[in-house]
Design a protein around this ligand. Structure first.
Ligand SMILES: Nc1ncnc2c1ncn2[C@@H]1O[C@H](COP(=O)(O)OP(=O)(O)OP(=O)(O)O)[C@@H](O)[C@H]1O
Ligand SMILES: [Mg+2]
Length: 207
């Protein structure tokens, strides 16, 4: 399956999710083909750190501007795309079987998601192939008194043609450490809240 992790807004967690999902898939025996179409190359760089540190399993991430590589249809394919490369983003969206959209808990992020859905519809115009669009709250507040994550999830549930994944990823230091060390959250600290929530999240996506 070809999965594109995308959103128009920066900093929503696309690269963090792309990286952790790829390692989760490799750890569960899947073959993974990974692409970074964002000129920032965060996904590519974190995989490079992982290889420099000799962490197993090895993740290769191909850095591309446009979709010039052959897709391996036997693999789970992960694309990290950003708005800085609209052409690459459009190409990835046209290839996708599924788009995963991380949304931080705020009204501007909901607006940006609405706008991104319009981009997706435009990119897929004239195509009949089914496309699953999954949205979820990333960087959710860990304090139960803060309502923004619930409000954001409720707003996302109103959007047409999307599935709201009922498994949030919370705002946790371990996700930042994951990116600086080239290790997935469940490799950094198995049994931690971040590790458990990520396992539930990834299992729901690849059941
Ligand atoms: N659930 C989380 N908890 C804490 N920090 C997070 C979480 N998700 C992402 N971050 C941090 O937020 C920052 C942005 O995340 P990331 O780079 O994955 O976003 P992005 O959408 O790929 O950004 P860009 O648009 O710049 O490519 C990073 O510092 C990352 O470590
Ligand atoms: Mg990124």
């Amino acid at each position: 399956m070809i999965t594109v992790v995308a959103n128009l807004k920066g900093g929503s967690g696309k690269s963090t999710v792309s990286f952790n999902l790829s390692i989760w898939l490799l750890s569960h025996g899947y073959e993974v083909q990974a692409f970074d179409l964002d000129p920032q190359l965060t996904f590519h760089d974190v995989a490079q750190i992982r290889r420099d540190e000799d962490h197993q399993p090895v993740l290769e991430v191909m850095a591309l501007e446009t979709l010039t590589a052959d897709i391996n249809h036997d693999a789970e394919v992960i694309f990290d795309v950003g708005a800085a490369n609209p052409q690459g983003m459009g190409e990835a969206i046209r290839q996708a079987h599924r788009i995963i959209i991380p949304v931080p808990p705020s009204q501007p992020d909901v607006w940006a998601t609405q706008r991104f859905l319009k981009t997706v519809r435009e990119a897929r115009e004239g195509m009949d192939e089914p496309l699953e669009i999954v949205v979820f709250v990333n960087r959710a507040d860990t304090h139960h008194a803060v309502r923004e994550s619930d409000d954001t999830e409720a707003a996302l549930a109103q959007l047409q043609g999307v599935t709201v994944l009922p498994h949030r990823l919370y705002q946790r230091t371990i996700y930042r450490r994951s990116m600086s060390e080239g290790l997935a959250v469940f490799e950094l600290w198995r049994g931690s809240k971040g590790s458990d929530e990520f396992d539930i999240f990834a299992s729901a996506l690849y059941q």
